[in-house]
Design a binder for this molecule. Sequence first.
Ligand code: GLC
Length: 559
Amino acid sequence: MQKKWWQEAVVYQIYCKSFNDTDGDGIGDLQGVVEKLPILKELGINCIWFNPIYKSPQVDNGYDISDYYDIDPAYGTLEDFKKVLETAHSMGIKVIMDQVLNHSSDECVWFQESRKSKDNPYRNYYIWQPPKADGSEPNNWANRFRDGNGSAWQFDEATGEYYLHQYAVKMPDLNWEYEPLRQEIYKMLRWWLDLGVDGFRLDVFTRLKKPAGFPDTTVTPDVLLDRDGYILDNSMCTCLEGIHEILHDMYINVFGPYDCYTVGEGAGVTDVNAHEYISAGRQELSSVYHFMLSGRRMLTLGAERFRSVQKKWAAAMDRDLWPTQYLSNHDSARHVSCYGTDGKYRVPAAKMLATLIHTCPGTPYIYQGEEIGMVNVQFDDIADYNCCYTIGDYHNMVKSGVSPAEALKVLGPKSRDNARTPYQWDDSENAGFTTGKPWLKVNPRYTEINLEADRKSPDSIFAFYQKLIAMRQENPAILDGDLQFYLEDHPELVVYTRRCARQTLLVIANYGHNKNVLTLPASLANRKWQRILANYGGVPALERGQWLPWEAEVYELTE
Ligand code: GLC
């Protein structure tokens, strides 16, 4: 079947703040992106996803937008963005923008107006509720950023009511029940599409619908309470029934007529309910990325879970779904550190994990830096961290009696800052990221791990990603093949085929530090094969019969 452009894409995620700084202010910028586009072209990707680069007070690094029509001055101007778009397009690279539609910044003019009076035309753009009879918050929900106010509601003196903020207090939730708000958002989305962007990544889209009447969440023994007794209830606003009406309305009013890609950040979306959001017939979103394989709280992966999640999604794909494949992003730790290893076997592990992601069904995503095997960082002072989860959890732990050093030891490996340290371009000061003081400290391993070093070596992780991306164009089974696992009980060897009418590929990966011996099942053992990718080289592992730590090879079965 004819594929859509986004099904054939390899997406590269740019966290602009940490990508490349050209003006010495310690913050990456759009000129810096233009400068490095040729390298992304050399890597082979054909789509970029930008984390939010709109005007923002940066309470949550841009996920708090104060002007949806402008670029944050730290990154440049709208003209700079147009330059990025034009240059990327001229190289055959599409550009998708992050869109934050669950909340805005409290500095957004809509909220500035909304809070002025109850009869302000913008009042209902946000969610306002009167206090309970005793003056307390409208319900018992906690906000998701626990570093300040525990409640998800903030009292506003001017009108004597509370507004809802599922995230930081400076990030009020938008009211999707209010038609003028919807039309305002639709106008803005069309404006970006008309400017030439090729689609959107929709931030926390499963939380747009809130429960009618904002009831208290029932306190049961297994609900999580925050330090002030508010309830951290993930389900309070996640995947509620009415979300589909909102997404379909958005599709009809915005996405439908454009050849755009809409990928949702799908907390709560699984292989079981994904078809409700992304089957073409539903007219909602193109695709979704889920949290079954990786995520901020998942610090291990391993052969077994990898197999089981991929199997579930492959079965769901039979129902006309197209998932995404990724192992990390700006919200997680560096995947080579947590799902692989950043010690002696860092290089083969990074390549092995990439092989898995790039040969399973769906659109692969590369988060900046993974193509050179960037690793986690451990700071020994909380002042060096920026992530609000890390800082909030740290204060909670220290308040409960844990020593600062111990708290950092526990929180460091899962901090989002692991993924946000500046890109390591070379071994010069600040890894070539900036001539100024970087907004977040550079990972000290930059002298060993950097792009310049990788580009010099044909055996580098960067070179391996180039091969993987090229392989996608040359091997139809990667796009069209079904997925079949073998040796499913093996604790470390991951073995699968991708088979379509024109081709069968066999992927074998050793997930771990141990050497493993492999006996192929009879149905595969008698086939002729040709190796098309290897992360060690030398004699093919299939011939040796033994798999080295983190070894991965891909074969084409020829007869
Ligand atoms: C999403 C973003 C994350 C942000 C949150 C609130 O999960 O990926 O970075 O903090 O939404 O907007």
